[in-house]
Design a protein around this ligand. Structure first.
Ligand SMILES: [Zn+2]
Length: 455
């Protein structure tokens, strides 16, 4: 008598078919940051809806002011546990297209990797869970657990309506836990469970000098140069130890706890990967903290763009009339983004030269969030990860932001298990976005076991 096929056997025997299926969702140019791709957004959402229905899910399409959110449900047995999975079908733009070695919306495969826009962020990752679901259904006939999906189309533009959608649909989304895969492991194969995400303030500052660009021979040295005055202001943001000097900035920041320090020390030998990945000369940041502390548990302010004067061929000798710069704050738990923005406005007012004027405009505010990992689900997932990847997962304090985590925490009040399935060197948001074939296979096998163990 032959042993019956398991879902993992089924998946392992059909890897190519699952990759073909991923190729179909990749093919939609669902770039949410550019309204020109609106029809492609709709096609991608329709494809996901049909896919879910083919697997036996009931799908609700929730319209928003931008792209629809899909909430789907599969009831295996009302008495069993329910897990809600998350994904997003929108992607980042592909520019600069000349830097791609293959067509961004066609999956290219070599010995080790798959390349395409969205292959890890996030189509490829949510399709790993979808492949796991399909493998289980194809072998066992049904799922061992109730599964819900929340799949949105505006993650890359800040998920503006997602919080309201979740708040208004708590009944549809009712579950025992959330399982989220949207991010990276450490290195190629060090699995992680994510326990905190930093918050965000994005804002733009315009410093204004003369009414138009002026001849520097005539006016240079007699009036304020806004670029120089802005540089002086930026120079004051940090002290020599890379501490932010904005008054009250650290008032609500929790000190790094002994337990957090212990978790971070566990992965100390992975620091060199970060430096290598960055291609930078050396580490630089707030004095008194390790790299992983700075990355996940300490706030930072980044200058993300500056535009002024003349940068074309040759020289146009002027005093520029204005300079525009964008700031990206990464905040930590308990810092209130609105309060931080107000302190920053006050800092500018108190520190900028009175020889210029300025305009400060706010954009995104997202609160940092900490996720409790002291529960049975995390313990189960830890065990499965150790099994599938051959090593224990690292508890990770994530430097980035994932708005859905905030909304799940605020409105669903359920345990959140965040397990990224992509390797770290993934080119997220960059040309040649890539997924290791190994990471794909392990990701699906992890998901199969996770779904089986939750029931
Ligand atoms: Zn992204």
């Amino acid at each position: 008598m032959s042993t019956p096929m398991t879902p993992s056997d089924y998946f392992n025997a059909h890897v190519d078919d699952f990759l073909d299926e991923i190729g179909k969702i990749i093919a939609f140019k669902s770039i949410s940051t550019d309204p020109a791709y609106k029809p492609e957004m709709k096609k991608a959402a329709d494809w996901v809806k049909a896919k879910l229905e083919s697997l036996g899910f009931t799908v609700n399409v929730i319209p928003t002011s931008s792209n629809p959110v899909l909430i789907a449900s599969y009831v295996a047995d009302p008495k069993k546990k329910t897990v809600v999975l998350y994904g997003h079908y929108d992607v980042q733009p592909v520019e600069p297209i000349k830097d791609w070695n293959s067509k961004p919306f066609t999956v290219k495969r070599d010995d080790k990797r798959l390349y395409a826009r969205g292959i890890i962020d996030n189509k490829g990752q949510f399709m790993m869970h979808m492949s796991a679901i399909e493998s289980i259904i194809k072998t066992d006939g049904k799922l061992p657990v109730n599964v819900k999906w929340l799949i949105e189309g505006d993650e890359e533009t800040g998920s503006a309506d997602l919080d309201t959608v979740i708040k208004d649909n708590t009944e549809l989304l009712k579950a025992d836990l959330a399982l989220i895969s949207d991010g990276e492991m450490i290195g190629d194969d060090n699995p992680v469970i994510e326990t905190s995400f930093r918050g965000v303030v994005n804002c733009e500052l315009k410093v204004i000098g003369p009414k138009e660009d002026l001849h520097s021979g005539m006016f240079g040295g007699t009036i304020a140069n806004p670029a120089y005055e802005l540089a002086k202001l930026i120079g004051k943001l940090y002290d020599k130890d890379y501490k932010i000097t904005i008054p009250h900035f650290y008032d609500d920041v929790e000190p790094v706890s002994a337990e957090e320090k212990k978790l971070i020390e566990k992965k100390a030998d992975l620091e060199k990967n970060i430096l290598e990945l960055s291609g930078s000369k050396k580490f630089l940041g707030e004095k008194g903290y390790s790299t992983f502390e700075r990355m996940g548990l300490r706030p930072t302010i980044q200058i993300i763009g500056i535009e002024t004067g003349y940068n074309g061929v040759g020289y146009r000798n002027i005093v520029p009339s204005e300079i525009r710069t964008k700031f990206n704050f990464r905040l930590v738990a308990h810092q209130d983004p609105k309060k931080i923005f107000e302190e920053f406005s006050k800092f500018i007012k108190d520190n900028i030269s009175d020889a210029v004027t300025y305009e400060l405009s706010e954009a995104d505010f997202v609160e940092a969030v900490k996720v409790d990992i002291n529960n049975e689900y995390v313990r189960k997932v830890q065990k499965i990860i150790t099994d599938v990847y051959g090593k224990e997962p690292i508890i990770n304090f994530v430097g980035g932001t994932l708005p859905v985590v905030n909304s799940f925490k605020d409105h669903l009040h359920i345990p959140i298990v965040s397990v990224p399935l992509s390797q770290e060197d993934c080119g997220m948001h960059s040309p040649n976005e890539r997924l290791l074939l190994d990471a794909f296979k392990r990701g699906v096998n992890f998901s199969i076991q996770a779904l089986q163990s939750i029931s």
